[in-house]
Design a protein around this ligand. Structure first.
Ligand SMILES: C[S@@+](CC[C@H](N)C(=O)[O-])C[C@H]1O[C@@H](n2cnc3c(N)ncnc32)[C@H](O)[C@@H]1O
Length: 287
């Protein structure tokens, strides 16, 4: 990536006016603007996070892990024995970096989601953002739809942010605790961190909760491998994300067919996938 680009600037002669000619300067390239602190959507924390030793080390162990007879599908077990979110709770600085990097991502993609998929939120009076981190996505939804009461549900060491009139936070573990009841349960970039068995456990619990309260649906703002289209760039983004999920978490990038199988195995009756941007899609899943 070229971080800088050359631009031509007019030279203003002493005393003003024209005729000073031009000079060539280096300036941040359009893509590098995403690394500037004062850009509301900045990918700075994401870039720092992706280069953190906790994220880079597992890649270095991939070859040994691949050739080992270890049946476990988690490279972290080979590296330090801790899984991604255990590392986050043991290393508060890294946990904060991951939360910040997710917040930057959510700032942009959640705006695209509410702009492109308004109808998915219309008519809802409550929503729980499961694994909602420090609440960036929930804030975007709470602002866009003031009549929806949003609850962020995440691990107790993660949820700690300012509440709004229609936004609050609940600490808990989605695998062992009850997810608070709501018209819709949202997962944004959460299920992709986990293998099918773990996703099935959470999705079955969600379906039961939705059926018992006659509520609406599960919303997944997740990545889908078909989202990038057939371009080379789309294919290489899919491959890279899939590898990264394997290296640092226990998850994978799923195709539309794989998502469909997961939802049907969890007992859901139907789903609709709406592309949002790039690999991101909004998936509405109905009990
Ligand atoms: C990839 S991050 C996505 C965060 C947020 N949804 C976003 O897109 O900005 C996954 C989130 O899942 C949360 N998480 C992981 N294990 C969890 C668990 N057992 N129960 C609840 N949340 C969990 C993490 O703390 C983290 O905030």
């Amino acid at each position: 990536m070229g971080y800088f680009t050359q631009v031509e600037q007019q030279i203003v002669p002493e005393g003003g006016g024209r005729g000073g000619g031009t000079e060539e300067l280096y300036w941040v390239a359009p893509l590098s603007q995403l690394l500037l602190k004062n850009n509301p959507f900045n990918a700075r924390s994401l870039v720092i996070c992706l280069n953190h030793p906790n994220v880079v080390d597992p890649w270095r162990h991939m070859s040994a892990w691949f050739r080992s007879s270890n049946d476990d599908n988690i490279i972290h077990d080979t590296v330090g024995g801790k899984k991604l979110y255990e590392v986050c709770s043991a290393d508060a600085g890294f946990g904060q970096l991951l939360a910040e990097s997710m917040g930057g991502d959510s700032w942009m993609f959640s705006r695209a989601m509410v702009a492109n998929c308004k109808e998915a939120f219309e008519g809802l009076s409550s929503l729980v953002d499961v694994g909602g981190s420090t609440g960036t996505t929930a804030k975007v939804i709470a602002e866009a739809f003031p009549s929806i009461h949003c609850t962020v549900f995440d691990l107790p060491n993660v949820v700690a942010a300012e509440s709004l009139p229609n936004l609050d936070y609940v600490g808990g573990d989605m695998f062992t605790d009850d997810i608070p009841p709501a018209d819709a349960l949202l997962f944004k970039w959460v299920l992709l961190d986990w293998p099918d068995e773990a996703c099935l456990k959470v999705l079955k619990q969600c379906r039961k909760a939705l059926l018992s309260s006659k509520n609406d649906h599960v919303l997944g703002h997740e990545s889908c491998s078909s989202g990038g289209g057939n371009s080379d760039r789309g294919a290489s983004s899919s491959l890279l994300l899939d590898l990264m999920l394997m290296a640092v978490a226990e998850g994978c990038l799923r195709s539309e067919k794989q998502w469909g199988k997961l939802f049907s195995d969890a007992g859901f009756s139907s789903y609709v996938i709406t592309p949002v941007a790039g690999l991101r899609s909004l998936i509405q899943v109905y009990p």
